[in-house]
Design a protein around this ligand. Structure first.
Ligand SMILES: Cc1cc2nc3c(=O)[nH]c(=O)nc-3n(C[C@H](O)[C@H](O)[C@H](O)COP(=O)(O)OP(=O)(O)OC[C@H]3O[C@@H](n4cnc5c(N)ncnc54)[C@H](O)[C@@H]3O)c2cc1C
Length: 330
C-alpha cells in the first residue's frame, strides 16, 4: 500500500475543507471496503479524511421522517427501535450483509459508496472499464455468474453489492450531501448510476461532496415489509438476487407497494414496472407473477448468469405471497 496522509474531521465543513486541500483524497468511513481496495492497489488516495467523528444520530422528525447520520454504524441502524418498528425490512437487509464485526465498523455513508464485487474489478491483470476506463470488460465473456441482468451496457455488467441500499431504494430515501458549493439533496434512485459509457462514475456525488445523512420519509405501511436475500451460502455472501418489498393490502386489493431488487444491476433496482402493475390489483399469485414478468421483460442474461432472470421473478412472487399471507415481518 502506498503512503498516504491522514486527518480526522471534526465537522462537515472541516471534512470538506480537508478534502478540497488534498489533491487525491478520500473520505474514510469504517474503512471496511476502502482499506481493502487500498491494500489491493485498486484505490490509491494521497490522503484520507476520517469522517467517523461526524454526527452519528438517528432522529425522528415532526413529520415522521427518520434522519440517519452518515457516520452511524450499520449495526446501530439495524438495532434501532424506530427502524425495527417502522421499517423492519431495512433492519433485515443490514443484518443479512457482511458479518457482525464488519457491521459494527461500517458506516451508512460508506455502505452507499462501497464498490462492486466483480472479480475483474479486483484483478489488476484483467480488463475493467470501471478500474481503467477504456480498457474493456472481461466479465462480458468471462465468468459472469454474479453479474447484472438489468441496465447493463457493453462497457460494464458489474452489480452494486449493498443490501441496505435495496431497502433504502424501496423506501424512497433522500441522500443529503454537502460540498464546497453548499448542500443539496439527491433522490435515492438518482444517487447510483447505470454504467452506460462511464462505468467508473458510479454515483451522482462530486469528489468534494460528503454524504451527511439519509432521510427516510414517513411511510405508514412499510411495517409490513420483507427483505429476502438469495445467495450461495447462508451467511457471509453477497446477493445473487435480493428483493425488498413493503406492501399494503386492503380488501384483497393492493393499496400500496414498494419493491426493489439487489444483485441484478449496477445500482439498487427500484422495480417501478412491477409497482405500477400491482397497484389496485388483487393480491394473487397470478398478479405477482405478471408483475415480475413486467419488471424483468428487458432483462438480459450472459453465459453464466441467465438463471438470475427466473430466480428474480420467483423471489418477487415468493416475497409478495409471504407478505400477503403472514402480514409481513414485524
Ligand atoms: C468480507 C466482507 C463481506 C461483506 N458482505 C456484505 C454483504 O453481504 N452485503 C453488503 O451490503 N455489504 C457487505 N460488505 C460491504 C460492507 O457493507 C461495506 O464494506 C461497508 O458498508 C462500507 O462502509 P465503510 O464505512 O467501512 O466504508 P469505507 O470502506 O470507509 O468507504 C467506502 C467508500 O465510501 C466513501 N465514504 C465513506 N463515508 C463517506 C461519506 N460520509 N461521504 C462520502 N463518501 C464516504 C469512502 O471514501 C469510500 O470510497 C462486506 C464487506 C466485507 C469486507
Amino acid at each position: 500500500m502506498k503512503n498516504f496522509a491522514y486527518a480526522r474531521a471534526t465537522n462537515a465543513a472541516h471534512a470538506i475543507n480537508l478534502i478540497t486541500q488534498n489533491g487525491r483524497a478520500k473520505f474514510l468511513g469504517g474503512g471496511t471496503n476502502l482499506v481493502d481496495l487500498m491494500r489491493e492497489n485498486i484505490e490509491q488516495p494521497d490522503a484520507l479524511v476520517d469522517v467517523t467523528g461526524l454526527p452519528d444520530q438517528i432522529e425522528e422528525m415532526t413529520d415522521g421522517a427518520i434522519v440517519i447520520g452518515a457516520a452511524v454504524k450499520n449495526s446501530t441502524v439495524a438495532n434501532h427501535h424506530l427502524i425495527r418498528e417502522k421499517y423492519p425490512f431495512l433492519a433485515q437487509a443490514i443484518v443479512f450483509g457482511a458479518s457482525g464485526q464488519i457491521r459494527n465498523m461500517a458506516t451508512v455513508g460508506g455502505n452507499l459508496l462501497q464498490r462492486t464485487r466483480c472479480y475483474y474489478f479486483y484483478d489488476e491483470a484483467a480488463n475493467c472499464n470501471k478500474r481503467a476506463p477504456g480498457s474493456g470488460c472481461d466479465a462480458l465473456e468471462g465468468f459472469n455468474r454474479i453479474h447484472a441482468i438489468l441496465g447493463t451496457s457493453p462497457n460494464c455488467i458489474a452489480t452494486h453489492p449493498s443490501d441496505m441500499c435495496v431497502a433504502l431504494a424501496a423506501l424512497d430515501a433522500t441522500v443529503h450531501v454537502e460540498g464546497k458549493n453548499g448542500k443539496r439533496e439527491i433522490k435515492f434512485d438518482d444517487f447510483h448510476r447505470l454504467p452506460e459509457d462511464t462505468p467508473h462514475i458510479e454515483t451522482d456525488l462530486q469528489a468534494d461532496e460528503l454524504i451527511t445523512s439519509i432521510e427516510i420519509p414517513q411511510n405508514n405501511f412499510a411495517v409490513n415489509s420483507l427483505y429476502r436475500k438469495v445467495r450461495d451460502r447462508a451467511s457471509y455472501a453477497f446477493a445473487l438476487v435480493s428483493v425488498a418489498v413493503a406492501l399494503e393490502v386492503e380488501n384483497n386489493a393492493i393499496k400500496n407497494v414498494r419493491l426493489a431488487l439487489g444483485g441484478v444491476a449496477h445500482k439498487p433496482w427500484r422495480a417501478f414496472e412491477a409497482e405500477i402493475f400491482l397497484t389496485g390489483k388483487a393480491a394473487t399469485e397470478e398478479n405477482f407473477r405478471q408483475a415480475a414478468e413486467a419488471e424483468l421483460k428487458n432483462a438480459k442474461g450472459f453465459e453464466h448468469n441467465s438463471f438470475k432472470i427466473e430466480l428474480a421473478k420467483r423471489t418477487i412472487v415468493s416475497v409478495l405471497s409471504e407478505l400477503t399471507e403472514n402480514g409481513g415481518a414485524k
